[in-house]
Design a binder for this molecule. Structure first.
Ligand code: PNS
Length: 163
């Protein structure tokens, strides 16, 4: 039986750490959807949901992984239920991620006990990497090559030029 999994996030923007996690998740769950939240409740995004989804699709292009990318609204568990997904994938980079992830996983399980969260660790080279720091470095004219796909690098630079 094929188990459906979703990998949700804000992805503002998608980093090489996210891509590494998508590859790892796809090895275990061949029906994988990357789910981009339309509204990030706790942060302001520099990219719209459509742009964030598009950058994921374009970053995955070279890998030729048949992974779906969708935008979702509202509660994650409602979206997962609608898609008949049983697994939520989340990345754990460091201990500092744990507290938030633990709360979210248990609250999501409380909201829907059929859905389990599976945590994957990225390659150790990406444990320091976050979208927030990529945005900050790019916004201050720093070098983000190697941290994101070159397509993302070009788009983020365009954004900051227009600010
Ligand atoms: O990449 P992020 O910002 O860490 O992803 C967080 C995300 C989008 C997975 C989380 O904020 C989420 O699930 N948002 C949808 C609303 C929801 O279900 N909130 C309740 C979580 S317990």
């Amino acid at each position: 039986m094929i188990i459906k999994a979703i990998y949700p996030g804000t992805f503002d923007p998608v980093t090489n750490g996210h891509i590494d996690l998508i590859r790892r998740a796809y090895r275990k769950f061949e029906d994988l959807t990357v789910a981009v939240t339309e509204k990030a409740t706790h942060k302001d995004c520099i990219f719209s949901a459509e742009e964030r989804a598009d950058l994921i699709i374009r970053s995955l292009d070279d890998l030729k992984l048949p992974v779906k990318v969708e935008i979702f609204k509202g509660l994650l568990v409602h979206y997962a239920r609608d898609r008949k997904a049983e697994i939520i994938i989340r990345g754990l980079r460091q201990l500092s991620d744990f507290e938030f992830e633990f709360a979210m996983a248990l609250l999501n399980r409380r909201l829907d006990s059929n859905i389990e969260t599976v945590f994957l660790m990225p390659n150790v080279n990406y444990t320091f990497l976050s979208s927030r720091l990529v945005r900050e470095i790019a916004g201050l004219n720093g070098d983000i090559s190697g941290l994101v796909h070159p397509i993302v690098e070009a788009e983020i630079m365009k954004k900051f030029k227009n600010v």
